[in-house]
Design a protein around this ligand. Structure first.
Ligand code: PEP
Ligand code: MG
Length: 910
């Protein structure tokens, strides 16, 4: 049997893999190979495949038996390329061991650096580098990482008293620095670092009960296993849930020759984006640190220097840029930037190290960006000829568009206030909310009040904070740069974020933050406003406004529509919402909930007539109340039809159970009693009679019209008369009547008789020959899906009401499911909340059946969706694949649905 290739070499200008092999080599491994093939300076290394990770798990967390042989074979090539040997006492090669999944999971898995340092190799490295300080600094870093990642986390050891080994060692280091009066690690001498290393060794043995391995081979095997293990670490699993990354992808492991940015003032390390990831501007954008290792930049321990003039800002402008300090290497890096952008045709996020004036590329990957940057970059790259139309459309994640449609701080409101503190603008847009100081508090607040707006304020964030970051509207940190954890994660999610607000003195335990140089104190629960585009923080609640004026947005959406084949409508029930929907590009209204007109501002009068109608004792009373109600209903229908001139508007007949409209306050009940000429007690009694045990499955939807046909009749007449009047005014109204909550064609037939009669009456009264309209039904009950061929004999269109269809298919109450849905998703019983994204295997199967059966009876049957899921990108793609004619969603989600539909057409269209 031929051996499975588990290890892919890269180095020099050659590589076993290439940039297309992300599934097998992970993003990092594939791109390291690609960079070698592009002739860029990359330290040699090996990528262990993602398949090996899954084999490791299938094998009860044992490395496959053939793996290490392949690793040692590959190591020979690394040694040749780097001119050093692993474990060699004279010129020892040191290694890094990093994770790298298919999709980037920043900081969620573990890394070990400086592997291979042990008593056999330390003297040789000191001799070779003539730099004992550097060697012992690297050694103590290895111990800290190894003890934490390999010996504690990967072994599943629970830290005693919640304090992990990393923290214990950090405290030893801090205490030592404190005793010596040192401010920074760089003040520690070689002898002191050597002493610290000895003390670390003893502490590791004492705390973890095992020796730190003094053997290069053992260190490497341990590190590889630990990186595999970190795929199932708590942070990684939690991140995968949020990002919908499948558990069975596994991570690759990259074992790579170490190069050192901490060898003195001619060494450095940095991270950069080939364009500005917050705005999309075409400028090289990055941060670097002299005499440091990569983790120092991301950890936010020191404020990083700006890469160049373009990256200077208030916080770092006094620090030397690489452009000024190392102009030649900066030029080489700029050339690499160009090579990479030309080859990848996208904005990249790169990591580099300079070891004694020699530049090495350690990583490149497609960079995370804000929605604004994604859109701006796609349009600019299109302009530059780097990408084509279709690629531009695919470059913006539909859910990121949301961010562009989300509010920014109203500049007029901002003028009136002064920021109390400034930081770096890491995630644009605005957020106004109440401050909390821990991720747990953020999650708990949100659980208590799902509408709460929370600002998470921390010194810095780390991967343990992601749950709290997710539920927060904005994130504010006192430390860290544009590439700190908070900045990277917030940008990826399009969340408003300010980092490095250095004047904040945050005490997370006492839950207060003082602002240096002022007497302002921020306490838990205080309201603050963040302007993430500028990095300004205010102690007041500022006004917010929309951010759609970007002209590139309009242009982008025009290209999107070129590729879109499926229609996009909006759910709207007022002229104002309809106008907003049209502005966002809606091509019609897919759901006008007629009951909503009674909840609106200024709707007291029609609501009063509706209540009279509901509490009427007999048909006569009811008809009288309906007559009073009629002009209001007609007026509202007409106003919205007028806005939607030339576009279809689907009016749905009254849906909710009537008791929802019965007044609860005594004063309103008394007023109604007076109008009906009955006693207050009778109003209460009639209200009680309408009470239902299970109103979701009670007297609602079409059932109301079956019992009280005069209600449907009034609505239908209002619609036809409004339409006829607009036609007389030279307009082109296109109404559609939709019947809710149906389960049998007979319900449709009964209602259609009323429609036909009223239609004739209105045509005669208004002296017109014909009104164009459609008659159709919501599909919200599984039975309607099963009998769709019958339903389609009467209905000219279907619209899936996936809120109810999901409720009825799962048997999960749409009003109560939030109490337990989280348990289902977090325990992986279901992949996602079916009320947000269509449950494709269950509800979706019913929909598919309904489309096929419906069209078997009526081939031209128009089919749409108007449940909440109609604006969810994955659900939009599902609807496209199943041949729906349109999706309908809330006005703000219309652009998202347009983009998702265009992307589906590009991906799945014929
Ligand atoms: C639905 O059930 O999906 C729907 C759109 O109707 P409503 O939410 O008004 O019940
Ligand atoms: Mg419904």
């Amino acid at each position: 049997m031929s051996e499975i290739k588990r290890v892919y070499y890269f180095g020099g200008k050659s590589a076993d893999g290439d940039g297309t092999m992300k599934n097998l080599l992970g993003g990092k491994g594939a791109n390291l190979a690609e960079m070698c093939l592009l002739g860029l300076p990359v330290p040699a290394g090996l990528t262990i495949t993602t398949e090996t990770c899954m084999a490791y798990y299938a094998n009860d967390c044992q490395l496959p038996s053939d793996l290490m042989d392949q690793v040692w074979k590959g190591m020979k090539k690394i040694e040749e390329a780097m001119g050093m040997k692993y474990g060699d006492p004279n010129a020892p090669l040191l290694l890094s061991c990093r994770s790298g999944a298919r999709a980037s999971m920043p900081g969620m898995m573990d890394t070990v650096l400086n592997i291979g340092l042990c008593s056999a190799t330390i003297p040789g490295l000191i001799q070779k580098t003539n730099n004992p300080r550097f060697v012992y600094d690297s050694y103590r870093r290895l111990m800290m990482m190894y003890a934490d990642v390999v010996m504690e986390k990967a072994e599943g050891l629970e830290p005693t008293e919640g304090k992990g080994i990393r923290k214990v060692l950090d405290e030893i280091l801090d205490e030592f620095k404190h005793e010596k009066g040192y401010k920074s690690d760089t003040e520690l001498t070689a002898d002191e670092l050597q002493m610290l290393a000895d003390s670390f060794k003893k502490t590791i043995k004492k705390v973890l009960g095992k020796e730190f391995p003094d053997d290069a081979h053992e260190q490497l095997v341990g590190s590889i296993k630990a990186v595999f293990k970190s795929w199932n670490g708590k942070k990684a699993v939690s991140y995968r849930r949020i990002e919908n990354i499948p558990d069975d992808w596994g991570t690759a492991v990259n074992v790579q020759a170490m190069v050192f940015g901490n060898m003195g003032d001619h060494s450095a390390t940095g991270v950069a984006f080939t364009r500005n990831p917050a705005t999309g501007e075409n400028v090289f954008y990055g941060e670097w640190l002299i005499n440091a290792q990569g983790e120092d930049v991301v950890a936010g321990i020191r404020t990083p220097n700006p890469l160049n003039d373009d990256t200077k800002n208030e916080q770092n402008k006094h620090l030397k840029s690489m452009q000024e300090f190392m102009p030649e290497i900066y030029k080489e890096l700029c050339d690499i930037r160009n090579v990479l952008e030309k080859s990848f045709r996208d904005m990249l996020d790169i990591e580099f190290t300079i070891q004694e004036d020699k530049l090495y590329m350690l990583q490149c990957r497609v960079g995370k960006r804000t929605g604004t940057a994604a859109l701006n970059m796609a349009m600019e790259m299109l302009d530059e000829g780097l990408i084509d139309d279709k690629t531009a459309v695919m470059r913006v994640d539909p859910s990121q568009l949301d961010e562009l449609l989300h509010p920014i701080i109203d500049p007029n409101s901002e003028k009136k206030f002064t920021p109390v503190v400034k930081g770096l603008p890491a995630g644009p847009g605005a957020a106004v909310g109440k401050v909390v100081f821990s991720s747990e508090a953020a999650v708990a607040w949100k659980k208590r009040d799902k509408h709460a707006h929370i600002i998470l304020l921390r010194k810095e964030t780390n991967p343990e904070d992601i749950d709290g970051m997710e539920v927060s509207s904005g994130i504010l940190t006192s430390l860290g740069g544009m590439t700190s954890h908070a900045a990277l994660v917030a940008r990826g999610w399009g969340k408003c974020c300010i980092v490095g607000a250095g004047a904040l003195e945050v005490d997370e335990v006492k839950k207060v933050a003082k602002i240096k140089g002022s007497n302002v104190v921020i306490k838990e629960g205080d309201v603050v406003s963040l302007n993430g585009t500028k990095g300004h923080v205010y102690m007041e609640a500022l006004d917010l406004m929309d951010a759609t004026e970007n002209p590139l947005f309009q242009h982008f959406m025009a290209i999107v529509d070129k590729y879109r084949t499926m229609g996009v409508r909006a759910n709207a029930d007022t002229p104002k919402d309809a106008r907003q929907a049209v502005e966002f590009g809606a091509e019609g209204i897919g759901l006008f909930r007629t009951e909503h007109m009674f909840y609106a501002k200024g709707a007291e009068e029609p609501l009063f007539h509706l209540r009279k109608m509901i509490l009427s004792k007999n048909e006569e009373e009811r008809r009288k109340a309906l007559d009073d109600l009629f002009p209001f209903v007609k007026r509202d229908m007409k106003a919205t039809l007028e806005v939607m001139d030339g576009m279809p508007l689907t009016f749905r007949l009254l849906d909710p159970p009537l008791h929802e409209f019965v007044p609860q306050e005594k004063a309103k009940q008394e007023e109604l009693a007076k109008a009906l000429g009955i006693k207050w007690e009778d109003v209460v009694k009639r209200g009680e009679e309408l009470h239902e045990t299970n109103p979701m499955m009670g007297h609602r939807g079409v059932r109301l019209g079956i019992t009280y046909p005069e209600i449907s009749e009034m609505q239908i007449r209002a619609m036809f008369e409004a339409t006829a009047e607009l036609m007389a005014e030279g307009k082109k109204p296109i109404p559609e009547i939709m019947v809710p909550v149906t389960c049998d064609v007979s319900e449709l037939d009964v209602t259609k008789k009323i429609v036909d009669r009223v239609y004739q009456e209105v045509c005669t009264e208004m002296k017109i020959d014909k009104i164009d309209y459609l008659y159709g039904t919501m599909i919200e009950i599984p039975r309607a899906c099963l009998l769709a061929n019958k339903m389609a004999e009467s209905a000219e269109f279907f619209s899936f009401g996936t809120n109810d269809l999901t409720q009825m298919t799962f048997g999960f109450s749409r009003d109560d499911a939030s109490a337990f849905i989280h348990d289902y998703t977090s325990k992986k019983l279901i992949p996602a909340d079916p009320f947000q994204t269509i449950d494709q295997s269950g509800v979706g199967e019913l929909m598919e059946m309904a489309v096929v059966r419906g069209r078997s009876a009526r081939p031209k049957l128009k089919v749409g969706i108007c449940g909440e899921q109609g604006g969810d990108p994955a659900s939009v793609a599902f609807c496209f694949k199943n041949g729906l004619n349109y999706v309908s969603c809330s006005p703000y989600r219309v652009p998202i649905a347009r983009l998702a539909a265009a992307q589906a057409a590009i991906k799945f269209g014929k």
